[in-house]
Ligand binder design. Sequence first.
Ligand code: ATP
Length: 331
Amino acid sequence: MTLAVEFEHVSRHFGQVRAVDDVSIGIEEGCFFAMLGPSGSGKTTCLRLISGFERPTAGHVRIFGQNSEAIPPNRRPVNTVFQDYALFPHLTVRENVAYGPKMAGVDRRTRDAAAEEMLSLVKLSGYGDRKPGQLSGGQRQRVALARALVNRPRVLLLDEPLGALDLKLREAMQEELKTLQQTLGITFIFVTHDQGEALSMADRVAVFNDGRIVQEGTPQEIYDRPRTRFVADFVGSANVLSPEISARAGGPASWASLRAEAITLTDPATARLSGTVRSVRYLGAVNRVTVAIPEGELTANVPTGQPLPSAGATVGLFWDGDALHRMDGDA
Ligand code: ATP
C-alpha cells in the first residue's frame, strides 16, 4: 500500500506552545482519514504542515514518499477546502472554480470545460454564471469543493468544511462527500471536532489531544475500544469506570470503559452492580437511563419499546464480561 502522507516524529512549536508534538502517522492512499479533537489540539496545524503553509520544527512530512520540505505549497499534489470557503466574491462561480487552472496557464476554453465538469460533479451544473453571494451556504461549500478538485489533487485537505452548515444540510453533505471520495478515489484528510461526523465518514480516525495523537484506528476501534479516558470522554457515550468500580463489578482493577448500550437493566440480585435510577431521558431510538451508584453514576441506553424503570427505583446493571475495556488512566 502506498502512503499518501507520512509524519515521522513531527513537531511544530510556536515558542512555548507545542501545537504539534512528536506526531508519527501514515495515511494510506485512497483513505478517508479524519483528524478529530477539541479546539486547539493541533489538527489544523497538521493540515498546514501537509499543505506546506507550515514547516516542522522537528521531524519529516513525506508526501507520496517524498520529503516535503523542499517542495513549495503550490507544487504539492494537495489542495485545501477551508471552513469559510474563501471564494472570491467578485468572480462568478465558474471563474472561481477555473481560478487554479488559470493561474497554471491553462487556456480559457479548457479551463471553463474543466470547471463545468467539476460543477456537474458537485451537482451545480447551470450555476456557473452566478456570484457566490447568490448561493446558499451548502452551494458555496460545493463551489469550494469543485475549486479544490479541479486541480486534480491526489490529496484533498478539508478543514471543518461543514462547520458553517445547519444540521440537516451537514448530514446531507456528509453523505455526498463520502460518495464523492469513493468515486474519485482521492485521499481525503478531514479535520473536525465532531465525533459523530468523524466516526460516520472516515475509514480511519486519529484522535488529537494537546498536539499529540492519543489514538488512531477504525471508527469502530475508536468507538468500541477507547484507549484512554480522554478518548472515552471525547468520543462520548462511554461510561468510565475507576479501577475500584471495575474491580467491584468483576472487571480488571484498572480504568475501564463501558458503552451505555452494552448495559442492560436487570434484577439487582443477579447484577454486576446495582443503584438507584436518577433519571430517564427519551432520545428517540433509545432511552438514556442514569443510575446512581455509591461511587458516581452510570448510564445505560435502553432501546425504545423495552420496559423502563421509574426514577427512584433500585435496578441492577449487567453486561457481558468482554464489554468492559481496560484503559490508560492518564492522557
Ligand atoms: P481548532 O479546532 O480550533 O481549529 P486545532 O485543533 O485545529 O483547533 P490548531 O489550530 O492546530 O488547533 O492549534 C494548535 C495550537 O497551536 C493552539 O494552541 C494554537 O493557539 C497554537 N497555534 C497555532 N498556530 C499558531 C501560530 N501561528 N502562532 C502561535 N500559536 C499558534
